[in-house]
Structures are given as C-alpha cells and as structure tokens.
Design a protein around this ligand. Structure first.
Ligand code: UDP
Ligand code: MG
Length: 318
C-alpha cells in the first residue's frame, strides 16, 4: 500500500451524461500508472440527475467520492471543497465534461515526478467562437498589464498540484476565490504542458457572456488595487487640464474680450465629469462590496450530502 495516492477533483454542475463516461476514462487512464486513485466529484447543486448518477457510481466503486452542495455555489467553491476533502499526495483538478483530455494525466504525473509542484495544462483555443477567443486574448493582454500576478491565456483550472501546493492554497482564506489568480499567487515550481482544445460533446457550457464578463471583472479586482489608482490618475489629469483651461479662458475673456461659447463647454464638462465620477464610484463600490462580503465570513458552500468518511463537514467560520 505504499503507492502514492492521486486525488482527482471534478466540479460537476448538471453533468448527468458525462459522469459515468468520465469516471471510466479516468479510471482506465490511471490504471496504467503506479498511482492509487480517488475521484472526488463535487456536485455543485445540479438540477439534473447528477447526484443520482454519483450515488449509483459510488455504490459500485469505492474510489468514487462525492460531495453534493445544497445549491449552486460556483466552480470556485466546488474546487475548494475538493481540496478540503482530498487526501492525495497530488491532486488534479479537471472538468467533468471530457473537454480536458484525461490522456494528459500521464504527462501531468510525469511533471509531478520531476519534482514540480504545479503542472499546468495549457490549451489552444481551437473550435472556440472567434469573438470569444479574440476577447479572451485581448483580456489577458490587458489583464497582465494591470494585475500583479501573471495570468496566461488558455490556462485554466486544469492542472496537477502537489500536496504542499494544495496546503498553501487552503491557507488562503478569502471568500471570493479567483482560482486562476490564487494558483499563480502561491508560486512554487511550475511546468506547463500543452493540449488541443476539445469541443464539448454532452450538455452545455455554463458560461454565458454575462458570466464571463463578471469573471473578468473578478480577475481584475480580486488581485490588485490598480483600478483605484487609475481613478486617482484620471482625476488628477482632469484637474490639471481644467486648471490650465480656466487660466486660458480667463486670459481670453479679460485680455482679448472674446465671447466664450457657453452651452457646449458647460454640457461637455458636466457629462464628461459625470461619467468619470460614476465610473470611479463604481470601482470604489466594487471594492467596498468585496470588503462587505469578506466581513460576513460566510462559508464557501454548504454540503447536502456526501459519502466521504469524514462525514458532512461545514467549513469552519473563523
Ligand atoms: N461547473 C461547476 N459549477 C458551475 C459551473 C460549472 O461546477 O457553476 C463545472 C462544470 O460541471 C464543468 C466545469 O465546471 O465540469 C467547467 O464548466 P463548463 O464546461 O460549463 O465551462 P467551459 O468548459 O465552457 O469553460
Ligand atoms: Mg467545458
């Protein structure tokens, strides 16, 4: 029983058609390695038969563990639950929809054996709509300019983490978890392996444009205060400009007696400043909202049902 244990964490939201196929693929893949396997499915409050599928699977296979949430808490919470319950020497986070090729597990494990604490799977964006992939590319370009931790295009949650990397992640206690940023924040030696994007076979992507935009904002606001500084810069620039403009106009009126056009200057100043002020307020509000959320210290998720021997475990609120 000295074989190392691999924990596979699978956030699953309405994946009834994929659960069993995923389990089989993963089991067969890991069977040819010298790792023992536990698969922790985290049912993120699915409204379909995902939980029933999991219960059925767990009855037959002792390496299938599941945690089922009381409602949809989001993928980030599902990943966290997986981390908290996994016992493995190394962990792999992977999607249930078979879009993350299980064949890559070998390469990930290889990286782990070479001594890397994070082996990251990076995908190309083949088969994705042009709009989405170009928006993503643009987003990451901008993002890496403003954010203090490095984020890469095509790098998601699909990766292998060593036990100590997971322990490091578990120490980070923030309520709003932006995994991509957290993974990058903890550091450790990292290796990147590449794979081709696979198109989803069953079910639908849960990412609407709206969700993606919110995720994008999360990414920017969770990891730095530069947007606030941007407000400060914008405010200062406008202030300097207006002082110069006031002096210039004052000079014109008193010295050359030119009539200053009233309506246009007034309305443009009001609209422009109004816009800047609202944007700044929005940015400040975004941060205050986050402070508010963090101060409540609510648990990241609630468990409805699990077959884990540790039983139902609510996350400790500090
Ligand atoms: N997922 C989840 N909770 C959610 C949304 C998604 O656990 O609220 C899971 C989903 O079941 C899948 C993974 O996260 O295993 C990725 O979701 P999806 O395939 O919809 O995203 P995409 O591959 O389009 O980025
Ligand atoms: Mg997917």
């Amino acid at each position: 029983m000295d074989k190392p244990l691999l924990s596979v964490i699978v956030p699953s939201y309405n994946e009834e058609e994929n659960i069993e196929a995923f389990y089989r693929a993963m089991r067969d893949e890991v069977a040819s390695t010298h790792y023992r396997l536990e698969i922790i499915f985290v049912d993120d409050g699915s409204s379909d038969r995902t939980l029933v599928e999991l219960q059925r699977l767990a009855k037959w296979h002792s390496n299938v563990k599941y945690v089922s949430f009381t409602r949809n808490f989001g993928k980030e919470s599902a990943i966290l639950a997986g981390f908290q319950h996994a016992k493995g020497d190394c962990l792999i986070v992977i999607d249930a929809d078979l879009q993350h090729p299980v064949e890559l597990v070998h390469e990930l494990l290889l990286g782990f054996e070479e001594g890397y604490d994070q082996v990251i799977a990076q995908r190309d964006r083949k088969g994705e709509s042009f709009v989405r992939s170009s928006l993503s590319t643009l987003y990451y370009k901008l993002m890496n300019k403003v954010v203090d931790v490095k984020l890469e295009n095509g790098v998601g949650d699909f990766r292998l983490l060593s036990r100590r990397a997971v322990d490091a992640l578990l120490v980070l206690s923030e309520g709003n978890r932006f995994s991509k940023g957290l993974f990058s924040w903890i550091g450790f030696d990292q290796k990147v392996v590449h794979y081709e994007n696979v198109i989803r076979k069953n079910g639908q992507s849960k990412w609407s444009m709206q969700k993606l935009i919110n995720y994008g904002i999360d990414g920017i606001v969770s990891f730095n205060m530069k947007p606030l500084r941007l407000c400060l810069y914008a405010g200062s620039a406008i202030l300097l400009f207006s002082i110069a403009y006031i002096i210039f106009t004052f000079y014109q009126i008193t010295q050359t007696g030119v009539d200053v056009p009233g309506y246009f200057t007034l309305i443009s100043a009001i609209l422009f400043l109004g816009g800047i002020q609202l944007v700044s307020l929005g940015i400040i509000g975004e941060y205050i909202g986050r402070i508010y959320n963090e101060t409540k210290r609510r648990p990241h998720y609630l468990v409805k049902e699990t077959n884990l021997d540790r039983g139902i475990r609510y996350e400790k609120a500090k």
